[in-house]
Ligand binder design. Structure first.
Ligand code: F6P
Length: 544
């Protein structure tokens, strides 16, 4: 038995779970306890976090907090913020929080304060983005930039893509942004088709700068560029690198003067706060990028300094563990009622699943409990017409987060009220359900005779959700929300005693793909794999 499942705290939660799972009704709890919303909601700046629609009573949170305490969360949090080498397998500190440390207090890695480097890079980002945005930065033929293309994948793509979509109202129509990530040529070809090489700036973002997809796309972009501009010296004005690996950047042929750097203590999926966010700064301006950092920094302060019972990311994490480990929920849905957050759940698919999709604990032992959930979702109201049926009446328990802004950036107020009425109705419907008596009341006498119809219209209810309602999706609020989710992931990783900051599980596929690539080029029949893989290779070669 692991230390976690053997702990007094775990077993206390387990026992408590039995009583909640057998006969707890949220609706009844709301009816009998008029204070329920006040007890189970917290406000941070203009963000209201309502977690009252959960399968919890007055005892639940204190018991779950016991799990955080037995895992020594307070100390582990301090270790992360203070630059301790907490990513043990890669022997690295984990300091995305330093990137947004707006108080600028020193943060030491191996005895060296990293803040001067961070501030230097931010200064460089400001100078460059202002030049590009003002038109002072001219392309090879003397024209200002109109299109920015970020070439990257995973953490070098998803964060900036999500944030630039979310902050589109802060952008300018004369500076467009594009993201190319997939090695499927359709991605780069469809993007380049729309572009003029004379006014296009490519940002090649890759932590290691040898990622197959990114290097392939960057090479194709450069070939496309040179086919038209026909002058190698022009590359300097149109290609910028963002990386931790200067040598790889130089080998690829990008001038180190055009390189923005970050460091190995920034995990790829936590890197949007670093120079990887250059596309954000270019698109919405450096002031807005810094507001994003401010919002995240405020969340960091809240996370570090607030008692667990009032700590929003800690509560998010504990509720996640409650459902994941005790109710055996496999997934967690993120459901923003805001079209501009349409990539928010994609972003946290990597953020959460690459971080906590582990089955070996920090001491190398196989865990005997479930770890990271499947993260998924899409914006409301679209999701309502796709998968909410299963959430309401299916056999699976799907805890979820609803997020919405009270104010839209756009100007069709009727839309927003409809959107928000749905944002409010869905968690209510999930919690309340619809009883047989209520169903029968709504049906005609004739319909009431049809028991199948009656049964199919019953909603069991009692389905948990969190709601985040905030004033407006500003850069600052977005920064706070992202950081809340990041810290939720961290807290869960601490309690599950796993390393949330490596990603060994993506390596094997990469290695096998590298071995298969030359086999696709060779003429002979392939028999070196299992019969399925070999047959697929041979069939591909026959029909391509
Ligand atoms: O998918 C594995 C991974 O290493 C991610 O962790 C990372 O975000 C992505 O590949 C891209 O890596 P890089 O930024 O080094 O190109």
């Amino acid at each position: 038995m692991s230390k976690l499942t053997n702990s007094i705290e775990w077993n206390a939660v387990k026992q408590h779970y039995q009583s909640i799972a057998t006969n707890y009704s949220m609706l009844e709890a709301f009816n009998t306890d008029k204070e329920r919303f006040h007890k189970f909601s917290r406000v941070f700046n203009d963000i209201l976090f309502d977690f009252s629609k959960n399968l919890i009573d007055d005892q639940t949170l204190p018991l779950l907090i016991g799990l955080a305490e037995q895992a020594n969360l307070k100390q582990k949090t301090a270790d992360m913020f203070n630059g301790a080498i907490i990513n043990k397998t890669e022997k690295r500190a984990v300091l995305h929080t330093a990137l947004r440390n707006r108080h600028n207090t020193p943060v030491y890695v191996n005895g060296k304060d990293v803040m001067p480097q961070i501030n230097g890079e931010l200064k460089k980002m400001r100078a460059f983005s202002e030049k590009v945005r003002s038109g002072e930065w001219k392309g090879h033929t003397g024209k200002a930039m109109t299109d920015i293309v970020n070439i990257g994948i995973g953490g070098s793509d998803l964060g900036p893509k999500m944030v630039t979509k979310a902050l589109a109202p802060y952008s300018r129509p004369d500076l467009r942004i594009h993201f190319v990530s997939n090695v499927d040529q359709a991605d780069i070809v469809n993007t380049l088709e729309k572009l003029d090489p004379e006014t296009t700036l490519f940002l090649v973002a890759s932590k290691v700068f040898n990622t197959q997809e990114t290097m392939t796309n960057a090479t194709s972009a450069r070939n496309w560029f040179l086919e038209q501009i026909k002058d190698e010296t022009a590359v300097k004005k149109h290609f910028v690198a963002i990386s931790t690996h200067r040598d790889n950047v130089v080998n690829f042929g990008i001038d180190p003067e055009n390189m923005f750097q970050f460091w190995d203590w920034v995990g790829g999926r936590y890197s949007l706060w670093s120079a990887v966010g250059l596309s954000i700064a270019l698109y919405v301006g450096m002031d807005n990028f810094e507001q994003l950092l401010e919002g995240a920094h405020e969340a960091d302060q809240h996370f570090r300094n607030t008692p667990f019972s009032d700590n929003i990311p800690v509560i998010m994490a504990l509720l996640g563990i409650w459902y994941n480990n005790f109710f055996e929920a496999d997934s967690h849905a993120i459901l923003p009622y805001d079209q501009s957050l349409s990539s928010f759940s994609d972003y946290f698919q990597q953020g959460d699943m690459e971080s906590n999709g582990k089955s070996i604990d920090r001491d190398g032992a196989k865990v005997d409990y479930s770890t990271g959930p499947i993260i998924w979702g899409q914006p409301g109201t679209n999701g309502q017409h796709a998968f909410y049926q299963l959430m309401h009446q299916g056999t699976k328990l799907i805890p979820c987060d609803f997020l919405a802004p009270a104010q839209s950036h756009y100007h069709l107020p009727e839309h927003h009220d409809i959107l928000i009425s749905n944002f409010l109705a869905q968690p209510e419907a999930l919690m309340r359900g619809k009883s047989e008596a209520e169903v029968r009341k709504d049906l005609s006498a004739e319909e009431n005779k049809d028991d199948t119809l009656v049964a199919s219209k019953i909603f069991p209810g009692n389905k948990p959700s969190n709601s985040f309602l905030f004033k407006k999706l500003t850069p600052r609020t977005l920064g706070t929300l992202i950081a809340f989710y990041e810290h939720k992931i961290f807290v869960q990783g601490v309690i599950w005693n796993i390393n949330s900051f490596d990603q060994m599980g993506v390596e094997l596929g990469k290695i096998l793909a590298k071995a298969i690539l030359p086999e696709l080029k060779a003429n002979d029949e392939i028999n070196s794999h299992d019969s399925s893989t070999s047959a697929l290779i041979n069939y591909y070669k026959k029909i391509r």
